[in-house]
Every structure is written in C-alpha cells, then in structure tokens.
Design a binder for this molecule. Structure first.
Ligand code: GRF
Length: 329
C-alpha cells in the first residue's frame, strides 16, 4: 500500500541488522517495518558469513546487504569494517539478530544506546549459550526471550522487553527453542519500534525529567494548569522551578520550562539555537525558557544543568547554602 502521507509522516529511524545465521528475527524486523505506520526501516543486513540465510532473504526483499568473513581478521578490524558498511548505509541504530560474535569494546562504546540484541532467555538468567537446555535442566517453569541494549558485558545491558514462554513436560531444547522463536518474532519488532520512538514519547521524556528533577534537594511534584510541574521548598510554600509542557498552545515541542537569567538570555538562545530552545506561550513573558526535549541529539546532561540552574534561582537560600557547602568538599 502506498504511503500517501509520505510528506507529512516523520522520518523513519534507519536500522542496520547484523546476522550470522538463518535470520528469522531479521525477517520479522523487516516485515514489521513494512507495515503502515512503521517507525523504522532496515537500511542494511550485514553478516560475517556470506552463506548466512538472512542475506538471501534481505536481497530477495530488495534490502542492501554486506558480507565479510571474520576469518583472518582482528576482532577490531572486522567490527570496524561492519560498522563502516552500516554507517555508509545511513544506519542510526544496529540490531543484532543472531550475530554470533563477541564485539570489541571500542565498537560497543561507539554505539552505546544505539545497539540492541535479542537473547533467548529471561535475562538476567542464562547469559551465553545453551539457554534452553539450561532452563529445562533447572526445571524452570518458563524459558523466554529478552531484547536488551548492548554493553561491554555479555548480555548484561538494560533489558528493554521480555516474553516468558511456558516449558511443558517433555520439552527438549529444540521444541522449546521453536516456541521461543515465535515469541522472539513478536518481541523484537515491537521493542525496536518503541525504542527508536522514545525520544518523541512524552511519557518516556517525562519519566527521565522527573528522575532528574526529584533528585535535587527538597523537591516535589505538583500539577500546574493540568501539566506536571516541580517545586522546591516545603509542600506548603514551595516554588516552581520546572514545568513539563507537551505540545501546548499549538507548538510541536515537548519541552522543559525553566527559569533563565532574564529576557536577554532567553531571546538570544531562541534566536541562535531555535532547534534547541523556544519561547513558551505565557511563561516566556516572565523569563521561562523552553528546552526542547523531542529532538535528535538531546543531551540529558545539559537538561540536568538547566534544572539545577533553575532550582538554584528559586530555592530558598537556606537550601542552596547547604548545597554550596557540600560542593566545596
Ligand atoms: C535467536 O534464537 C536469537 O535469540 C539468538 O540467535 C537466534 C537467531 O535466530 N540471539 P535467527 O537467525 O534470527 O533465526
């Protein structure tokens, strides 16, 4: 079906999938990406084995492929060549799908937060190999599958989603693996889609913001004009230092409103960095600046600094003095 909204729908996240074998998870990701409303597209399927079945499927479906055997190459060189192919295809994310390689630390670091893996167990149980045999051997009630972020430690990054699969009496590792595989094909496209969308998901952005705001001393959350707000001081006489604004008054922005030093700074930032700052309706007139959260390249450290600045402007001196004293040590 033609995408009649091509001009207005947001750009899709570009994903490279790395495989070593049959590539059924890659196929699940690929076919899900062809549903209307899909939020990612597969720009490359790459393998460390030219005979990997996944490459064939991708080629048949008109997806670019890349194959390079790791034999005779150093780990870092092989990773770098795979990475180069992904970057040349425009990939913003890498999805490992049965990619049977340990990755070099530099490669993992460069893609931190942008590389996912699917693992056939309910992590943190059974990292590594033979997961189904180990679950059966342990007489677990369930096996299952996890999708997680890739970090340097094997199968240990943040878990983004899981499905439990009941183990039946008489299950062998193969029969269990076959049912887990069905669950894998449901899980991976959903989790990948949610993950690449989270930078524009108001719920996710609010959760991150809330964690930072409430980590500051003597803060609490209080709704203001129907939107989440954060105050410093007592429940009774506290003052707002941050507001969360979800596309209010016709703007496309999901933003954090904080106090800046005054109108000069506000006007200057909005004029010179319109992709990062905006002048919010009503609040702008009294020196609140909008920090745009739903944009590529957002840095949460910078958001945290703005929260701290605003908190300092509003907090009672008795509280900021405590923090100043602590900072001196
Ligand atoms: C899957 O079981 C996956 O969980 C694991 O490797 C297998 C890949 O299978 N990481 P396929 O190539 O996607 O069919």
């Amino acid at each position: 079906m033609a995408d009649t909204n091509a001009e207005t729908s947001p750009a899709k996240a570009k994903v490279a999938v790395f495989v070593s074998g049959t590539g059924t998870n890659m196929a699940a990701l690929l076919y899900a990406s062809r549903l209307p409303g899909a939020v990612y597209e597969i720009v490359l399927v790459a393998a460390n084995d030219a005979d990997a079945g996944g490459l064939q499927i991708a080629a048949t479906e008109g997806v670019a492929t890349f194959a390079l055997s790791h034999k005779g190459m150093s780990r870092a060189d092989h990773d770098a060549a795979m990475e180069k192919a992904a970057l040349e295809a425009g990939a913003q994310y890498i999805a490992l799908a049965g990619y049977m390689r340990i990755l070099s630390p530099g490669f993992v670091q460069r893609w931190e937060g942008r590389m996912l893996n699917i693992h056939p167990s309910l992590l943190p149980k059974y990292t590594g190999l033979d997961t189904h045999a180990r679950a059966i051997e342990a007489e677990d009630a369930h096996g299952g599958v996890s999708v997680h972020l890739v970090t340097e430690e094997l199968d240990a990054g943040e878990i983004l989603g899981q499905i439990a699969v009941a183990i039946t009496p008489g299950d062998t590792p193969d029969t269990l693996a076959a049912r887990v595989r069905l669950a894998e094909h449901q899980l991976y496209p959903r989790v990948l889609g949610d993950y690449v969308s989270r930078g524009s998901d108001p719920q996710h952005l609010l959760e991150r913001l809330r964690a930072l705001a409430l980590a500051l001393p003597q803060t609490h959350e209080r709704e203001s004009h129907g939107a989440p707000g954060f105050r410093v001081g007592s429940e009774k006489s506290g003052k707002y230092f941050a507001h969360f604004s979800d596309r209010h008054h016709g703007t496309p922005h999901i933003s954090l409103l904080v106090k800046c030093s005054g109108m000069d700074e506000l006007e200057h930032l909005v004029e010179t960095q319109p992709e990062a700052y905006h002048k919010p309706a009503y609040y702008g007139a009294s020196g609140w600046i909008g920090i745009i959260l739903n944009r590529p390249g957002l840095e949460w450290e910078a958001v945290d600094e703005w929260l701290q600045r605003s908190w300092r402007q509003v907090a009672p001196k008795s509280v900021t003095r405590l923090l100043d004293a602590a900072d001196e040590f």
